[in-house]
Design a protein. Sequence first.
Length: 323
Amino acid sequence: MSPKLKSVATCFALLFLLTASSASAQVFSSTIRITSYSAPSHISNPLTGFSINFTLSGYQTGSLGAGVATVRFYLSDTPSGSNQVYPLGLKYVGLSTGSGQFGPFYAPSGTITATLSQADMDTATVALLENIVTGCQPQNWYILGYYSGAGGSLAYSSSSIGDWHQSDQFFMGGALSPSVIQPGGTTNLSFTLYRQCPSAYSPSSVGLYLADANYQLLSYIGSVSTPGYSGVTTLQPTGITFSPYIPVGTYYIVLIADDDGVVTEVNENNNVGALMLNITSSARLSQGHGEARLETEVPLSGDATSLVRGLKPGASDAYLHER
């Protein structure tokens, strides 16, 4: 379960005191109770709206305003609301007119429906629900209904919130230093890969490839294993040494996450990054040159798994130093 957002989340015991004391200023006595109560057993995204059905019984007496019963709704990790609760909204229920000025005012018969949406929720509730629905798997919560008249009445229904989400991985950054070298030189590669949700397949790998100035793959450099669980994989600066016979020109070091295609991802189009590398014959130009930063908008055409299949057996001596 996600960490609690403590900023404006309310302790239910405090809520009980506040709502009960507020209601008692108008309600003299009440026998109203929530007699049935149901929320959806699964809600993919509560922020887009959902409905709760309930019934009331009993009556209440009181001064002006006692002809309306207020039912409030909360999200909680316990059915009693004994920990923290997050306000979801409320429903005003009109009671039947009593025989006198002070009632009694009777609860309506039949099912009452309350429809709740993001507009009814405070900022802490919205932030919590956003965290849940963008997570990797559903979470179990309780949706509480609380009649806030004299005496109070609490009901609850358990709901699974959010959905199972497929894994997705993408590069958060990377660097190549230096970005200009001579044939036979060495450059250092580093990158950070993020996997949003866990995968049943472990490990996967990031394939490292050499490409020309048009992003056509030329040679397989190697691979870095990545675990199946969610989180960050980091490659610390690692040297790549090139053949002294590599032609001068502009190249790219291309990084392809899950280059074997073993992980099912929600987005298969964000797995490629590239860093520019210049090979020059000039010793002066190659000295002290800075680093290249990772590009993620890489026009690598075709399916990455198909493109790399013929490169993995080995790299041509024309490009890479013998490993």
